[in-house]
Design a protein around this ligand. Sequence first.
Ligand SMILES: Cc1cc2nc3c(=O)[nH]c(=O)nc-3n(C[C@H](O)[C@H](O)[C@H](O)COP(=O)(O)OP(=O)(O)OC[C@H]3O[C@@H](n4cnc5c(N)ncnc54)[C@H](O)[C@@H]3O)c2cc1C
Length: 416
Amino acid sequence: MRYLILGASATGLSAAGAIRQNDPWGDITVLSGDRHIYSRCLLPDVLAGRRDAAAARFVPEDFLRRNGVRWAGGVKAVKLLPEEKGVAADNGDKFFYDKLLIATGSSSYLPPVENINRGRQVYGLRNLEDVWDITRAAGNCRQAVIMGGGLVGVDAAVSLNEKGLAVVIVEIAGHILPLQLDQRAAASYEALFRNRGIEIITGEMMNRIILDDRQNVTGVQLKSGRVIPCGLVVAATGVRPNIDFLEGTPVEVGRGIKVNEYQETSYPDIYAAGDVCESLEVFTGKVAPTPIWPLAVLQGQVAGTNMAGGRRKIVNNFAFKNSMEFYGLNTVSFGFPEAPDTSYTTYIMESPGSYKKYIFKDGCLRGAILQGDISRAGVTGALIRKNTPVGVAPGKLFDLNYAYFFNQRENGEFVL
Ligand SMILES: Cc1cc2nc3c(=O)[nH]c(=O)nc-3n(C[C@H](O)[C@H](O)[C@H](O)COP(=O)(O)OP(=O)(O)OC[C@H]3O[C@@H](n4cnc5c(N)ncnc54)[C@H](O)[C@@H]3O)c2cc1C
């Protein structure tokens, strides 16, 4: 059996491992735009200089050899040829398969801002090459502007601040990290960032990137008209799936490649998993992209198992979980960060250095933020993921414990 995997990140390599576990003799090839193997989650560390690129690798040095994987690094698929079960690559080669996994992830999205595609020092933060480009540009300027105050934007801001740059974050929402935190929890980080010289501008948008006559970035202009001088812009404004090579093929695409619970696409013998696809998410019950590392790994394992003849369904496809730590302050959040409407009830407990918030509906937890003291995060996340009726008095909420909810399996294991 010939297996071809496009992409060598969380999804692709998890799939390769699962295939090898289920098929000791199959022929596995990984074709990857990346020349190196690294975790994107660790790119902020590399940018800050906290670790070098080699230490961002997330599989053992001998992973490919041990799993008998043929490696084509630095090679991109440019056209899927489903009738001939092949893929044309940008080096002119064709790769053929019996089973194909598309694990090509996503790329930084550059919003329609004047000059964004012309400025020489405008980058996303998605690849190791971005880190090298940003590092080079950071060496030649004193101030950077980060477009977008989500997790990637905040990561980039903290890393550049650690490198000694003045940093300004421009966020369209009323506070940073709007998908993960409420105003109160975000305010704790905003205060910490401001103390370290990171300026935060919320409720604002970028209007234009200002360039000199050689297309070098010299500043940005906001919608309000304010001009911020800078020599570097990092666009952290979301991602788009890498699916150009599917154009004109029958593989169905929505906001990502459409897959079923076996990670099968609409076309026989072609699977997709990770950031490149959209799938049924358990918290919302809706089909959507689920762009987090643990789900890329899980979906890759499911795809790999099924490509090698298994029949494993995806379970626990739960994307609404976040954990973060900046300047020593830990936060974990699950589900909704704010009550979506008045049918939800919110309970808050604050003490010095700790903020806890629980959002309820119909006896079930639908959202939680734990900041500072993150104990009981495990049980809180599991209750939200499983939509388990909690059934404890509000006063007890802040002491949630597995003991209230566990069942015992026949093997003695306690589960929620
Ligand atoms: C800065 C940053 C920080 C993050 N931090 C976290 C975090 O803390 N926690 C978390 O859960 N998630 C985090 N994420 C998200 C996480 O990294 C992704 O969910 C995960 O990497 C998705 O894995 P993937 O394998 O599906 O895709 P990707 O990691 O995007 O990998 C795609 C692979 O496909 C290759 N490729 C692309 N196009 C082609 C092509 N045409 N042909 C061949 N190969 C191709 C690429 O080179 C790459 O090897 C972070 C992401 C970034 C960018």
